[in-house]
Design a protein around this ligand. Structure first.
Ligand code: AMP
Ligand code: MG
Length: 367
């Protein structure tokens, strides 16, 4: 494992990108409530490809919006009148149908840690509007009744049947899926390499024009700049972070946008970020959210138990003693670069622990 000292005044995830003469086309735009930057190489149609990739992302965004009644997944609000149907039947485009199916499978696989049906709860906390409030225990108990993902069915006509009061929310998986769709579009135009930064989620394909691996920064979750660097070939590096969206109440308590589906409350387990490295964006995105919810012990066990699955992780925890513990799965050990961030000077210690597939953990470097 390498260690370098790095101090950034501005946040940068692609901190060793290609020189400008190698870039065939670059595009930046705002979509899915975040800033996106896509780059492509290797075809005369680079610019057209990036335009189409952007369009595909925008189309997906419109289709899975939870606030736009015209979106494909917008379900009817709770029906109190018994004369009306208690189920919304949603006709989905193949793309959204695949996403819904994938999300429901990931809910099963993660034993509900990833739950795409938490919309009523996130809405009650104000994460959908920015009008934040702390719901009462009673409210949460009531709302949790409408979050059972197993009650969402796919019928024989490939429609989604959503009980009234429920609504799907692909916030935890949508950006990764958008990246996969954009990459498919770029490849269909003959691009041989591409690099996407979709609000901090990095996805790459092909070989960088100079032949070296893509170098990617992992954002410092407790300060400015980056905390680690990674080298990858093709794949997705997707992070869920408590710093992304949160609010703080007058008593200083911080509430983050990732919800524990068992309690209906924002996750409060000490984790500050979870990064997943995997081939597909949709998978890495679902897992980053799920492992964040699980907490480090369950998340590490999930990784150990799913040896057939091809993913690696960087889980960062801030302990009550104000130490930062960085758990790095074995497969990333050689490409992981620790970056000593001077912004973290108030932290007592930064510890790196490499997690192996065997039961014991082995200690790493500390500062
Ligand atoms: P991410 O940044 O990928 O972890 O996604 C966070 C977003 O996913 C939130 O803003 C919610 O829209 C949604 N979300 C929150 N908690 C969960 C959860 N436990 N499972 C699935 N999606 C969630
Ligand atoms: Mg996610």
């Amino acid at each position: 494992m390498k260690k370098i000292v790095y101090c950034l005044s501005i946040f940068s995830l692609l901190f060793f990108s290609c020189s400008s003469k190698e870039v065939k086309a670059v595009k930046q735009f705002e979509a899915m409530n975040t800033w996106m930057s896509i780059q492509g190489w290797g075809s005369e149609k680079c610019e057209e490809a990036l335009d189409e990739a952007e369009l595909a992302i925008r189309k997906l965004e419109a289709s899975i919006s939870t606030t736009n009644p015209a979106s494909e997944i917008y379900a009817l609000p709770l029906l109190t009148d018994g004369s009306e149907s208690k189920i919304s039947i949603l006709d989905l485009s193949p793309e959204v149908f695949n996403l819904a199916q994938y999300a429901l499978n990931m809910a099963e696989k993660t034993n509900g840690a990833f739950n795409p049906c938490l919309y009523p709860v996130t809405q009650a906390w104000g994460f959908t509007t920015g009008k934040y409030t702390v719901p009462t225990e009673y409210q949460l108990t009531q709302l949790l009744k409408d979050t059972d993902y197993s009650s969402v069915q796919i019928n024989s006509e490939n429609q989604l049947e959503v009980p009234s009061g429920m609504m799907l929310d692909f916030g935890g998986i949508g950006k990764g899926y958008a990246g996969d769709i954009a990459i498919a579009k770029m490849k269909s135009y003959g691009l041989t390499a591409g690099l996407l930064d979709l609000g901090g989620n990095i996805q790459a394909f092909g070989t960088k024009p100079d032949g070296t691996p893509w170098k990617i920064g992992i954002r410092n979750p407790v300060g400015q700049g980056v905390i680690a660097g990674l080298e990858i070939q093709t794949g997705a590096v997707i992070t869920s972070g408590g710093y992304e969206r949160y609010f703080t109440t007058d008593d200083g308590k911080k509430y983050i946008h990732i919800i524990d589906p068992e309690t209906g409350r924002p996750v409060d387990n000490g984790l500050v970020s979870v990064t997943i490295v995997a081939k597909d964006g949709v998978y890495a995105d679902a897992l980053s959210t799920a492992l964040f919810v699980m907490g480090e012990k369950k998340a590490i066990n999930f990784w150990k138990e799913n040896t057939d699955e091809d993913f690696q992780f960087i889980i960062i925890k801030q302990t009550q003693e104000n130490e930062l513990v960085i758990y790095v799965s074995e497969g990333l050990k050689d490409s992981f670069m620790e970056i000593e961030n001077q912004d973290n000077a108030d932290l007592k210690k930064q510890i790196i622990i490499v997690i192996k597939q065997e039961p014991e953990m082995t200690g790493g470097s500390s500062k």
